[in-house]
Design a protein around this ligand. Sequence first.
Ligand code: IMP
Ligand code: MG
Length: 178
Amino acid sequence: MNNDIKKVIVSESELKAICKKLGEQISKDYQDKCPILIGLLKGCEPFFSDLIKNISIYCKLDFMKVSSYFGTTESSGTVNIKSDIQFDVKDQDVIIVDDIIDTGRTSSLIKNLFEQRGAKSVELCCLLDKHEARLVDVDVKYVGGYIPNEFVVGYGLDYNELYRNLPYIGVLKEEIYR
Ligand code: IMP
Ligand code: MG
């Protein structure tokens, strides 16, 4: 599996530092609150697990499995909820935890969904941001790091459901796509 990787772009130690930084930031920002962290499966794992270990305040955890469909206009679409969260988010502080923001379409739709459900606040926490690929303007409060517009795998991110278990993030060799 490791031989399929062309180059490592976020190492294990960098991932550890990112989780520490974001966890501390969230702990500070939500000091007297009890946010609900909602992980978007499956890509949020293992980022979600490492992040929460660095959060030192009260918080609740939940998960959601979604896929999104887009019509002819790039900025509109609907979220298909394959598995919903357990909690009622009404009047709650929500933090959506995702692996990567690419076009921004999915995150934007999910943010709207929780706002419609009456959440007091909704913020996004994303491990990586491919800023150049953004098509929809979405405010991401917590970003682990910015990467170039390349397809990456590992640490939750997959190609055909594989490579999620790599402990680092890397770029796949071209021959794997062929
Ligand atoms: P978008 O921001 O709506 O375009 O979609 C983001 C989703 O696309 C992420 O949650 C990933 O599941 C997937 N994705 C985008 N870029 C990559 C990548 O480089 N590797 C693996 N999955 C990706
Ligand atoms: Mg995803």
